[in-house]
Design a protein around this ligand. Structure first.
Ligand code: FES
Length: 248
């Protein structure tokens, strides 16, 4: 589950109410994580269980009594006495609209995509009940850029990128390589392997695979998965891309 920024251990606890249930969490816990701890499930795309919250996808909006608007629950810390609603008609409408905008800039090739049935964008669209996209297809924005297949292990398809920045944060926070960034703004924004590099191979990327693992779509996809599909079983290994499964 995506839970937003982890709380700081040892902090005093905060009591709040989420969807009518009283919950007590350490200070600094995000509303999203607090909701998950009491059994709730808030849709999300850019939050993960291990990286700092970023607040870019806006899928995790909630309503907080006494506050205007609908803040992102992954970047909103729980506060004493808060009364939070995570499932209302208004939130359902907002989440469907946001998902429509996200998908309007994404190829509609799910049936032939290597991530079909293993795609967080697909899952979240189903979770928010999206059945139709009214805004046409703007995914052509990045189709001209083509797929960057320069890395020997994975491909980067900018047309499938939803700019959630999970790959950039994984590269920074998990791997400490700082090879990736986001270039441009609005529809033109895209993940880039560094401004001085033409492609992944000539960038600072060390092929650790953290970005591929973090990607919620098939934008960053292992070449082997594109070629022959997902592996039938998972193994624990200390070497990226090794399928033997030995550990030390
Ligand atoms: Fe909160 Fe993306 S999950 S803004």
């Amino acid at each position: 589950a995506d839970l937003g920024t982890p709380p700081v251990a040892g902090e005093p606890s905060v009591r709040l109410t989420i969807d009518g249930r009283a919950v007590s969490v350490p200070a600094g816990t995000s509303v999203m994580r607090a909701a998950a701890l009491c059994g709730g499930s808030i849709p999300s795309l850019c939050a993960t269980d291990s990286m700092a919250a970023f607040g870019s996808c806006r899928m995790c909006l909630v309503e907080i009594e006494g506050r205007r608007g609908a803040p992102a629950s992954c970047t909103t810390p729980a506060e004493p006495g808060m009364v939070v609603h995570t499932q209302t008609e208004r939130l359902a409408r907002l989440r469907r609209s946001i998902m429509e905008l996200t998908i309007s800039d994404h190829p509609l090739d799910c049936l032939t995509c290597s991530a079909n049935n293993d795609c967080e964008l697909q899952d979240t669209a189903a979770q928010v009940g999206l059945r139709d996209v009214r805004h046409g297809y703007a995914g052509a924005n990045h189709l001209g850029a083509g797929v960057d297949g320069s890395n020997p292990y994975f491909d980067f398809d900018p047309a499938k990128c939803i700019v959630c920045s999970r790959c950039v944060r994984a590269c920074d926070e998990v791997q400490g390589t700082f090879a990736l960034t986001i270039d441009g703004r609005g529809f033109a924004s895209a993940v880039s392997a560094g401004q001085a590099a033409d492609d992944f191979l000539s960038s600072e990327c060390v092929s650790c695979g953290a970005c591929v693992q973090a990607c919620p779509t098939a934008s960053l996809q292992e070449k082997a998965v594109t070629a022959i599909g997902k592996p039938e079983r998972a193994v624990v290994t200390t070497c990226a891309y090794c399928g033997v499964g030995c550990t030390f």
